[in-house]
Structures are given as C-alpha cells and as structure tokens.
Design a protein. Structure first.
Length: 374
C-alpha cells in the first residue's frame, strides 16, 4: 500500500490549485453565491477544457480513465476554493452511475458528452423523510408498453436546476432501480430549494407519469441500491477530500490572524487560549487527512474494507471542517461573524457537507456495523 502521490498526481494537484487561484478567487465565489446560476457557463467551459470532467470516464468514451484518488485531488483544491458543486454533481454522482451500471448504449449516449462538458448530470436519492437507504424509496416505476412510467418526488437533489440528466432511484416491481431521466422530458418539473450555504444548490425533482424506456435503466431492475452504494463510495471520498482541504485553509487563515492581531502588546497567538485549540485542530486535520487518503486508496484498490474506510473518512473530515470553522471563529472574535469576512462561507459549507448525501448517523451506523460484524 502506497499512499504517496505519483509525480503525475502532484502535477495535477498543482494545475488545479493554480487554476482555482487564477479563475475562482473568493470574490468570484461571492458573486456566484449571489447569482441565480451558480457556476457560470464560461467557467464551466474552462473546467471542461482541462479535461477534468472526464477523470472517471473510460478512454474509449472520451475520458481520462483515471481513478478515485485522481478525482479526489481535483476535489481537494475545489473544496479549498469553495467552488460550487455542479462539478461534483456531474463527476462524482451522475457520471459514476452510468460508468458503474450503464449499458453500452447508455455509456455511448451520455459519457462522451459528460466528459466534454456538453451535458451536466446529477443523482436523485432522497425523498421527503430525508433518510438514506433503499427502504425509504417511495417513487414508483410502473411497467408500461415495454418501458416504465415514473411517478414521485425526490428531495435535495444537488444542482438539479442546471442538470441536463438526472439518475434517479425508483421502486419497480423487482425492487429499487436506477433510471436515467432527461430533465426536459415531459412530466418532469423542478422546484429550487433555498439553502443556508448559498454556494450550494439543490432542488426537488417532481415526476408526473414520466415515460422511461427500458434502455434508460442503469444496471438491472432491482439492482439500483447496490449501484448507489458504489457511487456513494466515490462521492464520499470527494466530500472528505474537499472538507479536509477547506479545513486546512481555514486553519491557515486563523493562524495568520493570530500572528498579526495584537492585544495587550503581543500577538494573540501567544495566548494559550488561542494557540492550544489551533494546535489541537492541526492534529485533528492531519488525522482526518490520513483517513481520507486511505479511503481513496481503498476504493481504487477495491478492498473489502473500503466501505468502512470511506465512512470513517467522511465522518472525520467533515467533523474536522466544522470544528475548524468554530475554532477559527473563536480566534477571530467579533470580526469572524461579519458578512464581509470570508469565514461565514466556510462555516455554511462545512455544515452543508456534514448533511450532504446522508446525515452523520448514517455513516456512524456503517462504521458500527462493520466493526461489530453485523
């Protein structure tokens, strides 16, 4: 097991970091948060030109054919820069669904366009109760004329308003099944959500007798949740990567402020009440980073421990990010609460990440069950 980045991966990381600094400064993030569209079309085009949209897409379908560790490198730097999640939704949710379970016809139809940035995708999992799991899927898929008719409502679908295609879970006769649905199809409507984190977007997907051909099924009928579990491995490594990098950035800002802010004639960083929490936070972030690196390697290696490793990484990295924002607020004092200061953007993103694609208890249960062998 080697968790060191290869030279190619180091170059990739430097390239993404340089791109984020040049193209997406915090002023641009604020503008996106205030705007209606989030990630602008010109910026999306620039991201597509880097070929990062095809990182998990096989080469025969126009992608790079790389692994989860490579995707995590990109999402680290995007998380550090607070880039809105439409890249994540397409590359870590919608695209993996088709890569992992799509027929050759589905792959040929969608993957090349997704890799080229011509289409955007997302994944619809949750329903009104907000619970993660196959048992909570109430959207129905009824057989008709050789295909299916979908009816139901999916909640908290990330970046739904900009997606061209959504992979959605529905309950068919033989069990929970994944379907590829065009968001412009007859019977599909979208209601936007308003989230505390203005840099993140989601919506409700309403399906009113939407016709879905048999060729729109991802995998086999009744295999939907098994594919979703594989998608969540990829997605949660991405959440962990972005969270730990953002936590590191928040810590760097807090340390810089503690060195410069003078109180009673000395920097506040010399006070134990300031420096000890920062030191503890540094240790927490380093531990979380190790958990995330192992999880990314475990998913690529396909080892049996991957599910538990990803759950641990998801929990530790999102906790570290949330704690980083709170410790940083304490270090900054009153200025940390002001709208003009950037810390509130991270605080809201950290809270969003903790409850994105499932609540912490969902992943605590995975760890507990794996540890106890039940």
């Amino acid at each position: 097991m080697n968790l060191e980045w290869t030279e190619e991966q180091k170059i990739l990381r430097e390239s993404v970091a340089r791109f984020c600094r040049a193209e997406v400064p915090v002023e641009a993030i604020r503008a996106m948060a205030d705007g209606a569209e989030g990630l602008s079309d010109p910026l999306w085009r620039k991201i597509a030109d880097q070929a990062w949209l095809g990182v998990l897409v096989p080469e025969e379908h126009g992608g790079l054919g790389l692994g989860v560790r490579d995707l995590a490198i990109i999402l680290e730097e995007m998380g550090r820069a607070l880039i809105p999640g439409v890249y994540f939704s397409t590359v870590a949710l919608g695209t993996p669904a088709i890569v992992l379970g799509g027929s050759e016809a589905l792959k040929s139809r969608w993957l090349e366009m997704l890799a080229a940035g011509e289409k955007k995708a997302t994944l619809a999992l949750l329903e009104e109760d907000g619970q993660l799991g196959a048992a909570h899927v109430q959207t129905r898929a009824t057989r008709r004329n050789g295909g299916f008719v979908l009816k139901g409502r999916k909640f908290f679908v990330p970046d739904l308003d900009t997606a061209d295609v959504v992979v959605t879970l529905a309950r068919a006769k033989d069990g929970v099944t994944l379907f590829v649905v065009d968001t412009k199809a007859k019977g599909v409507s979208i209601e936007k959500n308003r989230l505390a984190d203005a840099t993140s977007r989601s919506g409700q997907l309403i399906l009113r007798d939407v016709e879905a051909g048999a060729d729109s099924v991802v995998g086999e009928e009744g295999e939907g949740w098994e594919i979703v579990e594989q998608i969540l491995l990829v997605a949660n490594v991405g959440i962990a990567a972005g969270s730990v990098a953002a936590a590191e950035h928040v810590l760097e800002q807090a340390v810089s402020y503690a060195r410069k802010r003078i109180q009673f004639g000395v920097p506040i960083g010399t006070f134990q009440a300031v420096k000890h929490p920062l030191a503890n936070l540094f240790a927490e972030i380093e531990s979380a980073r190790s958990a995330y690196h192992y999880a990314a390697w475990a998913v690529d290696a396909g080892i049996e421990d991957a599910r538990r490793a990803v759950a641990v990484a998801r929990l530790t990295c999102t906790d570290a990010y949330r704690n980083a924002t709170l410790v940083s607020l304490q270090a900054h004092g009153g200025i940390g609460f002001t709208w003009e200061y950037d810390l509130h953007l991270h605080l809201k993103r950290a809270l969003h990440n903790q409850y994105f694609l499932g609540v912490p208890s969902d992943y605590e249960e995975i760890v507990a069950c794996e540890a106890l062998g039940i």
